[in-house]
Design a protein around this ligand. Structure first.
Ligand SMILES: Cc1ncc(COP(=O)(O)O)c(C=O)c1O
Length: 317
């Protein structure tokens, strides 16, 4: 049986050809506009939330607890969906989760504006912690969840980026909007359920799904495999993906998660100036830089999945 879903986005999102970029690259390049979902300023998370919120409502939760970066697009969309259905949204955040551990200097350039303004408008209870690694952030979220439970609240926990089986299932279903006409689909990849859902959907077809990492973390591969198994538990198809079933490219991740890259900036200028479409600095700029870098080894029809994130553009200098 299909999981329950509440409608949040305007689907199918637009799908169109990029004429100038296609001419520049000698490829047929298309774009899937999940930046234009029509929900909470767009982005890939709206799809995941349609299923996650339905499950939270079915479990009669009055509070949802999650975590992410301070400029999380997921928290902005989750907070909005929670406001709409009357669930309290609590989020643990760090400006640059894991950056400190990797020696990247902390920076405050993404600590204001952007998604934070939107979180404020919809009433997210946002807890900001000093930079540390992801495990510490998850522990903070768990502590917030337990604190809410101790006060008698019914808590639904959502992992970072909505990346669990239901989040991935949303992208397995999103694949129906593009069909089997593409030789390759390129998507930014961070917490993994967008890539995992698409890889699961196109497994065994002639469409390659290539995830371009936004975090320089090869360990994401473990999450990709786990999420695909969780999707399979939902569908019951018996399609057990392994690491060998993924094309996951780390070359365009840049210095660290949340830190814009020079290649991403160039990609942003190029898509804006050639096609009038903006990218965000943390995810889609790196993803599209990946498409530009991979172009010489691609052929036929290539689809870039624009996963949104535009409010964060206004939080970086
Ligand atoms: C704008 C944007 N693009 C891409 C991603 C990556 O998607 P996923 O977390 O499913 O890998 C995210 C979230 O992390 C995002 O906010």
């Amino acid at each position: 049986m299909d999981p329950a879903r509440i409608p949040l986005i305007l689907a199918p999102t637009p799908l169109h050809r990029l004429d100038r970029i296609s001419a520049d690259l000698g490829l047929e390049v298309w774009i899937k506009r999940d930046d234009l979902t029509g929900f909470a300023m767009g982005g890939n998370k709206g799809r995941k939330l349609e299923y996650l919120l339905a499950e939270a409502i079915a479990q009669e939760a009055d509070t949802i607890v999650t975590c992410g970066s301070t400029q999380s697009n997921f928290i902005r969309q989750l907070g909005t969906a929670c406001a709409m259905v009357g669930i309290h949204c609590v989020a643990a955040t760090m400006e640059l989760p894991y950056a400190a551990a990797h020696g990247v200097p902390p920076s405050d350039h993404a600590g204001h504006g952007g998604n934070l303004i939107l979180d404020y408008i919809v009433g997210v209870e946002l807890h900001r912690f000093p930079n540390d690694d992801w495990e510490v952030l998850y522990a903070h979220a768990e502590e917030l969840a337990q604190r809410a439970e101790a006060k008698g609240h019914r808590v639904y926990r959502i992992p970072v980026g909505g990346s669990c089986g239901l989040g991935g299932y949303a992208f397995y279903r999103a694949a129906e909007e593009v069909g089997n006409d593409f030789d390759a689909i390129i998507t930014p990849c961070s917490s993994g359920s967008t890539h995992a859902g698409l890889a699961y959907a196109f497994h065994g077809t002639s469409t390659r799904v290539i995830g371009v990492a936004c975090d320089p973390e090869p360990e994401i591969m473990e999450d990709l495999v786990r999420i695909a198994h969780e999707i399979d538990d939902i569908t019951g198809h018996g399609r057990r993906l392994t690491e060998a079933d993924y094309e996951f490219r780390l070359e365009w991740a840049g210095e660290a998660y949340g830190v814009p890259s020079p290649e991403g900036e160039q990609a942003t200028h190029r898509l804006a100036c050639r096609e009038g479409i903006f990218l965000d600095p943390v995810y889609t700029a790196k993803g599209f830089a990946g498409l530009l870098g991979l172009a010489p080894e691609l052929s036929g029809r290539v689809l870039f999945w624009h996963t949104g994130g535009l409010p964060a553009l206004f939080a970086h200098e």
